[in-house]
Write a protein that binds this ligand. Structure first.
Ligand SMILES: *[C@@H]1O[C@H](CO)[C@@H](O)[C@H](O)[C@H]1NC(C)=O
Length: 470
């Protein structure tokens, strides 16, 4: 074509308009809607789908939620954070049946317990303004949510139970739990987390659980352990209120805001982050998270007013019979889980080995461990299994000269799993080793033995056990 264009001015006179016409035709095709398209749509006949009886399967309830958004119930917060930002705060809402049931019972004067399952942010790490410790600091987000509930229901007996541990995701039983997991993303987290949720949701008190999503900027990724928990929240109908959704975009663009939202360990100079603890929210970060959760709770109260649903029957459906990480099976069921955590922090179920050679209790600040440093040291913990799982929760660190253990159940030493205390990351955190997931229901014994080999470059052999979960 190009050679024709250059070869003869005559053919060029023909080709150029032709080419223009072709181009124009293409453009028209793109810009104008094809004339036959609606026709073809109209000719398609959709089969009728019988929806009769569907309302019975899905449960037919209408709950009003108009004009009960976070901005409606807390215009001040809305102004502070911006309505477009607040619009992102609810990561997942769900039915709120448990939360409304809780509000209904509290409004009738029932005593309530607020329990916290979380890590060091939940524990208020860095909020050192009270001699009793940061758990109960008036700046701690959980304390602020608790105080809000106390304001709403001033007559009720109430308890705030702090289950948060530094660097640990703990087990807590309670009437209304909040959790904020800001630990490093580990692909190993979801399974114990799901078992924990099932254990909590199945408690006789039928607690409401609310997930509080925060963020931290010190780890290898912005995504954290909590990101893996989101799918469970949706599966188990647990509302997620997210500070991260609201503030992360601005924080990425504004170092001053990061300095404000996280704990300052020392004087702040200019835009330096040197003295900013990028793992732990500051009092302001805590307060904003709490305000969002409190507004969420108020939104539910508002919706109950609007829908006149304070007297409704909030009977709970049973938990999904299958776990999210199980293969579909038309008949299989999961037993009700009565979780036990034999923890070095626990008072009800302390971790006490039935046999012990060379292991001793040890603590650092508020953290309790079972530790040993002589290779060959061993302990045995008896436990009852209903779910077939048992796991060891232990500390990982690059700096303490940590060695490795081998753990097995009963006589099945050939199925032993190894846990390495040493790792290369510069932060120290508890991690789970699933020792077995296939046990027969009944009584078993977990055995662990400290190995002579160590992943630590200095060949350290100390090992720190936090808890055993089954
Ligand atoms: C950055 O954040 C600070 C603290 O919240 C705020 O005062 C400032 O206006 C923000 N800057 C920009 C450009 O948004």
């Amino acid at each position: 074509m190009w050679s024709a264009l250059t070869a003869s001015p005559r053919s060029r006179r023909v080709v150029l308009p032709l080419s223009l016409l072709l181009n124009l035709a293409i453009i028209l095709l793109i810009v104008l809607p094809p004339p036959y398209y609606p026709d073809r749509l109209a000719r398609l006949k959709l089969p009728e789908i019988d929806l009769e009886g569907f309302d019975l399967w899905v449960g037919q309830t209408e709950r009003a939620s108009k004009e009960c958004g976070l901005c409606d119930v807390n215009p001040g917060l809305c102004q502070e954070l911006g309505s477009d930002n607040i619009a992102k705060a609810i990561g997942f809402s769900g039915s709120n049946i448990r939360l409304r049931r809780f509000l209904q019972k509290a409004s009738r004067g029932d005593p309530f317990t607020v329990a916290v399952v979380g890590g060091s942010v939940s524990g208020g790490h860095g909020l050192n303004d009270l001699p009793e410790g940061p758990y109960y600091s008036p700046r701690n987000m959980h304390r602020r949510v608790f105080e809000h509930l106390c304001d709403l229901f001033p007559q009720n007996d109430r308890v705030l139970m702090e289950g948060a541990s530094e660097g640990v995701n703990g087990f807590v039983n309670g009437a209304q739990g909040g959790k904020a997991i800001n630990d490093e993303l580990h692909m190993g987290i979801p399974k114990p987390y799901e078992l924990m949720l099932r254990g909590l949701l199945d408690l006789p008190s039928q607690p409401a659980i609310l997930s509080m999503q925060i963020f931290a900027l010190m780890f290898g990724s912005i995504a954290l352990g909590g990101d893996l928990h989101e799918s469970f929240s949706q599966y188990y109908d647990i509302p997620i209120v997210s500070l991260r959704n609201v503030l992360l975009p601005q924080a990425l663009d504004n170092v001053t805001l990061v300095q404000e939202l996280f704990v300052n360990k020392g004087p702040i100079e200019g835009e330096s982050l040197e003295n900013v603890d990028l793992r732990h929210l500051s009092g302001k970060g805590h307060a904003l998270m709490a305000d969002l959760v409190n507004a969420y709770i108020d939104g539910q109260r508002c919706a109950m007013d609007v829908g006149d649903s304070w007297e409704e029957d909030y009977t709970l459906a049973p938990l999904p019979r299958l776990r999210l990480f199980e293969k579909y099976d038309p008949y299989a069921t999961n037993p009700t889980l009565k979780p036990d955590c034999f923890s070095m922090d626990g008072t009800k179920h302390p971790l006490v080995p039935s046999q012990n050679e060379g292991w001793r209790p040890w603590n650092w600040k508020n953290k309790n461990y079972l530790i040993a440093d002589q290779p060959g040291s061993s302990f045995t913990v008896p436990f009852h299994s209903s779910f077939g799982t048992v796991s060891l929760y232990y500390l990982r660190s690059s700096e303490f000269g940590l060695g490795s253990v081998s753990c097995w159940v009963d006589e099945d030493k050939e199925l032993a799993q190894k846990a390495e205390g040493y790792w290369v990351h510069e932060f120290n955190i508890g991690q789970t080793l699933n020792v077995r997931e296939d046990l027969q229901p009944g009584e078993h014994e977990l055995h662990c033995e400290l190995l002579a080999t160590s992943a630590d470059p200095g060949k350290g052999t100390e090992f720190r056990v936090i808890s055993v979960m089954r």
